[in-house]
Design a protein around this ligand. Structure first.
Ligand SMILES: C[S@@+](CC[C@H](N)C(=O)[O-])C[C@H]1O[C@@H](n2cnc3c(N)ncnc32)[C@H](O)[C@@H]1O
Length: 280
C-alpha cells in the first residue's frame, strides 16, 4: 500500500494530456491531426518509444478483432497505436489515476473510445473476468511491482487458454549492485523492484506459463540514443519529458549510467498459457 501510493506520486501530475497535445501541436502545427501515429513520440512512456512497442507487437502478433489487455498502460499510447495498427480492441489497466485520465482524454481526442478502454486498477488484482483476453502485454510496468508471481498469475488468469503474454521490462543484472536513482520508473528505491532475469523466468513458469522466447539485452551494448526531438525542444523531449517534467534529465542520465555500469538489463519475453486439451 505504501509502495502503491509512492508509485502513483512518482508518476502522477495534473494536465498531462494538455502537455502532450501541446507537444503535438508544437511539432506538427496548430491543426496537427490527433492520431495514434502522430502522438507516438509523445505518449509511449518507455525509453525507446514506439520502436519498442513495434518490436513487442512483432512478437505478440495480434490478429484483427482480438481482445488485448495492456497491463500498466500508462497514458495509453501503446494501446491506441496497437488498436489502430492491428484492428484489435485494447483494454488498458493502470494504477495511476492521472495517467488513466490522460489516457481517456487522448483516446477521445483520437476518436477511439470504441477501440480502447481504460480502467484504473492494480495489475495484482485485475478488475476483469477470467479468460477474457486473447493476448496480453506489459511494457515497463513490472519494475514497480514487488510481487512478480501475483503479477504473472493475474496475467495468466485473464488470458484464454492458448493465449500469449508479451512482457518487456528492465531487470537487475546478475551480480550487479544498487542502481542509481532517480530513474524514469522510480524516484527512490521505495518504488523500484527489479527482478533478475532468472527470477522473472521463475515467476512466469510458476504462474503456469510456457516460455516461447526469452530475449535479453544482457551483454549487448546499451541501446542507442532516443530519437531526435522536434526543432527547438530539449534533448529529452519524449513522452517521459511531458509526463515527468524537468526531473527527466537526471532520470534518463541515471538510466544510461545503470545500463553502462551493467547494473540493469532489459528483457523481451513471450509466454503462452497452455491450451486446454480435449479429452480422448
Ligand atoms: C514506465 S510506465 C509505462 C507505461 C506504459 N506501459 C507505456 O509503456 O507507455 C509504468 C506504468 O506502470 C503503472 N503501474 C505500476 N505499478 C502498477 C500496478 N501495480 N498496477 C497497475 N499499473 C501499475 C504505472 O502507473 C505506470 O503507468
Amino acid at each position: 500500500m505504501v509502495a502503491t501510493t509512492a508509485i502513483a506520486r512518482h508518476y502522477g501530475s495534473a494536465g498531462i494530456a494538455d502537455r502532450v497535445l501541446a507537444g503535438l501541436r508544437a511539432a506538427g502545427g496548430p491543426d496537427a491531426p490527433v492520431t495514434p501515429e502522430a502522438l507516438a513520440p509523445f505518449d509511449h512512456f518507455h525509453g525507446r518509444g514506439v520502436a519498442a512497442t513495434a518490436e513487442l507487437v512483432a512478437l505478440l502478433r495480434p490478429q484483427p478483432g482480438e481482445r488485448i489487455i495492456d497491463i500498466g498502460s500508462g497514458i495509453g499510447g501503446p494501446a491506441r497505436w496497437i488498436a489502430a495498427q492491428c484492428g484489435v480492441h485494447v483494454t488498458g489497466v493502470d494504477l495511476t489515476a492521472e495517467f488513466c485520465a490522460a489516457a481517456e482524454a487522448l483516446t477521445a481526442a483520437c476518436g477511439m473510445t470504441d477501440r480502447v478502454t481504460i480502467i484504473e486498477g492494480s495489475a495484482l488484482d485485475l478488475p476483469l473476468p477470467d479468460a477474457a483476453f486473447d493476448r496480453a502485454y506489459s511494457q515497463n510496468a513490472v519494475m514497480n511491482i514487488a510481487d512478480k508471481l501475483q503479477f504473472c498469475r493475474e496475467a495468466f488468469r485473464v488470458l484464454r487458454p492458448g493465449g500469449v503474454f508479451g512482457l518487456a521490462c528492465a531487470c537487475a543484472a546478475t551480480g550487479g549492485g544498487d542502481i542509481h536513482f532517480p530513474v524514469p520508473w522510480a524516484t527512490t528505491a521505495a518504488e523500484s523492484f527489479l527482478a533478475t532475469e532468472d527470477e522473472m523466468r521463475a515467476a512466469l513458469t510458476a504462474a503456469g506459463f510456457a516460455i516461447v522466447s526469452f530475449e535479453s539485452a544482457d551483454g549487448r551494448p546499451p541501446p542507442a540514443a532516443p530519437p531526435a526531438p522536434p526543432e527547438g525542444a530539449s534533448a529529452t523531449t519524449l513522452a517521459i519529458q511531458f509526463i515527468l517534467g524537468e526531473r527527466v534529465h537526471e532520470m534518463v542520465a541515471n538510466m544510461a549510467r545503470n545500463a553502462a555500469e551493467r547494473l540493469t538489463t532489459t528483457i523481451e519475453v513471450l509466454v503462452r498459457k497452455p491450451a486446454v486439451r480435449k479429452p480422448g
